[in-house]
Each structure stands twice: as structure tokens, then as C-alpha cells.
Design a protein around this ligand. Structure first.
Ligand SMILES: [Fe+2]
Length: 361
């Protein structure tokens, strides 16, 4: 299968992955043919792109780190937790239902188990994001990316469960921020930004006062906007004074935000977001964490259509942790002309070639 941006999807294409609607219900199954009716739903949901299967990509398999059902279920639980918290906050009743926290913990344990069993894998899948419910999708993505880094850093299951929970709840404080600031489509004014910045402290205080969970979990929530050079918030702490969870969640948070479409900008490609994160080493992020991150996240995920600086075009087949910028590519075309015999090219042997992501070949 290969990833195709939504504006290049046409009727008759065969779906390479299950597709879910905004409620998390299965809308279209893998292998179904996209019809005009489905096109309308895909556009309405504002998917950034879809995996499709065709004759040049049907032998390419992408293994997702967590299966879609687990992901959708977690999104539903975190959404419910946020809504409960919001309603109770309106009634000035501090404390969300303990049942939600129990469910979240169980869900995180499942996710940690699943990722742990695939720990040799890189994150090789473009996330099929829907535009709505950004906060909840984002929370789950940040948890998955944080757990991947935690495993790479050698954390044990207990710490991974705590890290996952901290990441899942990192933006919970946003329920205390006014909706018009939270959902403002444009740039925030200075005053609005000061207000928005309170969410990490508010989330920390709320969760700490409501639940008996490990201190290390709260610290990740409190520190996720601290910067390695001490210019972050709320406490302007720097380096290793920032909790390890805070330093990990900071990288996952920025990566997922950059690769998501927002009301005011298109999401970046994984390769562009990784460049941005590498450019912020030691200012925003801990160098050791970034090193771990770039080894595990494929800048050009399997199934990405690319064009090389010598005019060759193809699809990414495989990625290597040590050479994540230099994947293996199956070449199908040369300067727009289809080749009779496709062939494979190992880019770490051709370091002089630059890669550009293209919509489709
Ligand atoms: Fe945040």
C-alpha cells in the first residue's frame, strides 16, 4: 500500500487500511473500492490522506504500532474523560470519575504491551488524521510516540505505563482555558497566549488533587512546555532539572502538532517536522531524547511517493534506524516516464541524491 494525499484520491482506488468516521465507527474496510459517495465522506471528515493499494504497491505492508481499534477506543475514553472534567469544572466540582482513570490505565497497559512486542520497529506509518477531535487524537499520538522513546531509552513496564498516562493527560489543563482562546483560528494575542500557557500548571494541579497517581506522572504534565535552555514555562527550569517525562513528552507533542493540519496551517511532512526538531536540539529539546526520537521515527514512511534529485521516482519500501534519512526505494519512473522494469535503490549508497516527497507517481 502507499499513502496518497486526499486531494489526489479518485473513485475506483482500493483502500489499503480501514477507515473510521469521527465517532470511531468503521466507515470503509480495507480492500473496498472508493465510490463517489465515499469520496464525499472522506472530504467531509477532512482526512489528510489515505492508504491505497494498487499494482505497484500491493506487496508493501506497513505495520502500525498499535492497531486501529485500540487507538479508536483510547480516543473515546480520553474524550469522555475530558468532557467529564469540563462538566464537573463548570459545576465547580473538582474531581473526575475515578472509573475513567481506571479505564485509561488499563488502556495504556494494553498500548505499552502492544508497542513493547514490536520494539524493533520504527514508526513507519503516516497517521491518517481527521481534522475534528484534534485534542483527543493528539493525546493518543503523543502517548504512543512517548512510549516508543521510553522503550528505546530502556524504561521498564512500570515506568512506561506512567509515561503513557502522563502523555495521554498532558494537555488536560486545556479544559480550564476559555474556548474562544483554545479554538481561535489565528495567532493568539500576548494576553491570550499568557492565558493559554496556564494549561500545564492547571492540568498538573487538577490531576494531582484528584487522583492518587505517581508523582512522576504529574511532573510530565507540569513540564511538557519547559525548554532545555530554560526559556520554557511555567517554571523556566532547564536541562536535567526538567523531569525525564517532561523532556520526552515535549518532543512527541511538538512532532505530532507539526504534522497535523490546524485551522491556520497545513501539517508538515514527517521529514520536515524531524528537520525542525533536529534544528531545536539543546534549545528546546534534550539532545539525547532527540537522538532516540530520530532513530525511531521514519522521515519518509513506507509507502511514501518520492522523487530524487536525478529525476527518478518511486515508493519508499524500507527504512533503517541507522540511516533513517536514506531509505530503500522501488523506482518506477524516470522524469515522468514509466520504466518497463522497476528496480530497488538503496539510498544510503547514493548519499548525493536528495529526496522530495511527491503527492503521487
Ligand atoms: Fe500543552
Amino acid at each position: 500500500m502507499r499513502f496518497v494525499p486526499t486531494h489526489c484520491i479518485t473513485t475506483g482506488m482500493k483502500l489499503g487500511e480501514n477507515l473510521y468516521n469521527e465517532r470511531g465507527d468503521l466507515m470503509l474496510s480495507r480492500n473496498e473500492i472508493i465510490t463517489q459517495d465515499y469520496m464525499a465522506s472522506i472530504q467531509r471528515l477532512q482526512y489528510n490522506g489515505l492508504y491505497i493499494d494498487d499494482e505497484i504497491s500491493n506487496d508493501l505492508e506497513v505495520i502500525n504500532l498499535i492497531n486501529n481499534e485500540v487507538k479508536i477506543e483510547t480516543i473515546k475514553i480520553i474524550k469522555n474523560t475530558f468532557i467529564q472534567c469540563e462538566q464537573k469544572n463548570k459545576r465547580k466540582n473538582n474531581g473526575i470519575i475515578k472509573k475513567d482513570m481506571k479505564l485509561l490505565r488499563m488502556q495504556i497497559e494494553n498500548i505499552v504491551d502492544e508497542i513493547f512486542n514490536k520494539k524493533e520497529l520504527m514508526v513507519n506509518m503516516v497517521d491518517m488524521k481527521v481534522f475534528d477531535d484534534y485534542t483527543y487524537y493528539h493525546s493518543v499520538n503523543v502517548a504512543v510516540l512517548s512510549i516508543v522513546m521510553g522503550i528505546s531509552l530502556g524504561m521498564d513496564r512500570k515506568d512506561l505505563n506512567s509515561l503513557g498516562l502522563s502523555a495521554l493527560l498532558h494537555d488536560m489543563g486545556k479544559v480550564f482555558i476559555q474556548k474562544q482562546i483554545l479554538n481561535k483560528p489565528g495567532k493568539l494575542s500576548d494576553d491570550e497566549f499568557q492565558e493559554m500557557k496556564k494549561h500545564s500548571q492547571l492540568g498538573y494541579e487538577y490531576i494531582k488533587s484528584s487522583f492518587g497517581i505517581a508523582n512522576i506522572v504529574y511532573m510530565g504534565i507540569l513540564d511538557h512546555h519547559e525548554r532545555y535552555d530554560g526559556t520554557g514555562y511555567p517554571n523556566n527550569i532547564k536541562g536535567c532539572r526538567i523531569s525525564i517525562f517532561g523532556r520526552i513528552i515535549a518532543v512527541a507533542d511538538v512532532y505530532d502538532a507539526l504534522t497535523s493540519d490546524r485551522p491556520y496551517r497545513k501539517g508538515m511532512l514527517p521529514s520536515e517536522a524531524i528537520e525542525y526538531i533536529m534544528g531545536s536540539v539543546a534549545t528546546a529539546f534534550d539532545p539525547e531524547i532527540v537522538e532516540t526520537f530520530v532513530r525511531k521515527i521514519a522521515p519518509y514512511p513506507i509507502g511514501t511517493c518520492v522523487k530524487l534529485s536525478n529525476g527518478l521516482e518511486g515508493i519508499v519500501m524500507e527504512n533503517y534506524e541507522e540511516y533513517s534519512m536514506r531509505p530503500k526505494i522501488r523506482i518506477f519512473a524516470d522524469n515522468g516516464k514509466k520504466l518497463d522494469e522497476p528496480y530497488e535503490l538503496l539510498l544510503f549508497e547514493k548519499t548525493y541524491l536528495n529526496i522530495t516527497v511527491v503527492d503521487i507517481i
